[in-house]
Design a protein around this ligand. Structure first.
Ligand SMILES: [Zn+2]
Length: 465
């Protein structure tokens, strides 16, 4: 018998998302040195291993840790501040003024609240599209024990045809590049490799050609990814055509920067020509269904996720931000699967297996991290989520993939392991203090309303006495 750090046994199902997409009934996983040492049936593994620690996963369904492919940790304090608005108003009248107000400490508590919600809903890794206090996000990630890709948000056109940025965002191209490089040097590979850095030219329309080219050089130099929002609404496409005589992806192609280390978010409004360019250049894409559904950006109605997947591209899924409500990859999977079925009037499109791939192995490909995470396979990091099936949402249990996508929600997560360490147990996050986070959120909330002038906007249309 070999001794391992953790031996997990008796799982109702282990959904591996490995290369053969194997699912084990009465499954078991052996973990050593933060990695998966073995995986299979309980009867087989209990004959080979004894665990220093054992976890009885009776009545649990185990899946790889979810990868939220796009979530603004700095936006977690904005829930309810941007309802019923179009893309332009959402950004320039609500979210940018909100974010422009945040200081380092506000950003830290926003990131902590974000990590709390992500972890409770089974996310072990998230890709942040960058903010103005990335050190605060890194501090939160480091403390809670998650994996994350962080970055410094950079935009060097303060006023574009699409809108004006708040003064606190203003910086020259050189300043933006210098600060972005500082983040890479300080955080890339930190926390035993749990934190990685990315280059974030946050909104394509607010970035000069020169900035985007220089970022690509830097991304290649440091062998990291670069990311931006693109084609997320009709307005973003029209603004790009007006300023550059080309829609967003075509413009990036003309700049010579489309490549396999580029992650583009949303992409619902990509033209047929642009979709071919994405395929030719192995560009990574993250779809964000709830943010589009919340404010009607058209990313599902106009979108091409099934076609992009058909082309073999890595398309992940992201919850985007709490200002569109849920931060729950389980529910995002449902929205994407159901949204495309409805929009295409096709019950066969986007089956649950496909959206689960998006939330796991495809998310890892988008993060350029698929050698270590995204599936439960020998040699990969032991990042996994155990759902409690003794809940109404999981019963009866004929098909675990179907239940996971169509019925479950993040509230049915019981246990989360990251690198073999238990960070969520019985639905509670062990690495942070929920009540302390809520206390700080309550203190920051009125300041945000007062300083941003959003006080009136957040009121419901019904009278509050
Ligand atoms: Zn976003």
């Amino acid at each position: 018998m070999q001794e391992v750090d953790v031996l997990i046994t008796n799982a109702e199902y282990v959904i591996t998302v490995d290369s053969e997409r194997r699912i084990f009934r009465d499954g078991a996983i052996a973990v050593s040195d933060s990695k998966i040492k073995d995986i299979g049936k309980t009867a087989e593994l209990t004959n080979k291993y004894v665990g220093k620690k054992t976890i009885d996963a009776t009545r649990k369904v185990i899946v790889p840790g979810f990868i939220d492919g796009h979530i603004h940790s700095a936006f977690q304090m904005s829930r309810g501040l941007a309802d019923e608005v179009g893309a332009q108003k959402f950004l320039f009248e609500r979210m940018y003024p909100y974010e422009g107000y945040l200081d380092e400490e506000d950003n830290y508590w926003s990131s902590m609240l974000c990590c709390l919600e992500l972890l409770r809903h089974g996310v072990t890794t998230f890709i942040d599209p960058g903010n103005y206090h990335p050190a605060a996000t890194a501090q939160a990630v480091s403390q809670v024990g998650m994996r994350s890709i962080i970055g410094k948000s950079t935009m060097d056109i303060a006023k574009s045809g699409f809108g004006s940025l708040p003064p606190t965002f203003n910086e020259t191209m050189e300043e933006g590049l210098e600060r972005s490089e500082e983040v890479i040097k300080k955080f890339h590979g930190s926390e035993g490799g749990r934190i990685r850095a990315s280059l974030c030219f946050r909104g394509v329309n607010n970035c000069t050609d020169q900035l985007i080219r220089r970022m690509k050089e830097m991304a290649d130099h440091y062998e990291i990814s670069m990311q931006a929002h693109a084609c997320f609404a009709k307005e973003t496409r029209d603004a790009s055509v007006a300023a550059h005589n080309a829609p967003e992806v075509e413009r990036l192609h003309n700049l010579g920067v489309l490549d396999s280390n580029m992650l583009l978010i949303h992409m619902g409004w990509a033209t047929p020509k642009e979709i071919l360019l994405l395929g030719d250049n192995d560009v990574k894409i993250t779809a964000a269904p709830s943010s589009s559904l919340h404010n009607a950006y058209g990313n599902i109605g106009m979108g091409s996720v099934p076609e992009l997947l058909e082309m073999g591209l890595a398309v992940g899924i992201g919850s985007d931000h709490s200002s569109s409500g849920i931060v729950d990859i389980c529910q995002e999977m449902l929205l994407l699967a159901g949204g495309y079925k409805e929009a295409r009037i096709d019950p066969k499109i986007m089956p649950p297996e496909t959206v689960l791939e998006m939330a796991t192995i495809n998310g890892a490909r988008c993060a350029l991290w698929e050698d270590e995470i995204g599936s439960l396979e020998v040699g990969k990091e032991a990042d996994m989520v155990m759902f409690n099936t003794e809940t109404p949402e999981w019963q009866p249990l004929y098909n675990p993939v179907s239940n996971l996508v169509y019925s479950a929600h993040g509230g049915t997560v019981d246990t989360v392991l990251i690198g073999g360490k238990t960070v969520v147990q019985a639905g509670e996050v062990l690495t942070l203090d929920d009540n302390d986070i809520y206390k700080h959120v309550r203190q920051i909330q009125p300041k945000i309303l007062e300083k941003t002038g959003l006080e009136e906007i957040m009121q419901t249309t019904w009278p509050i006495y």
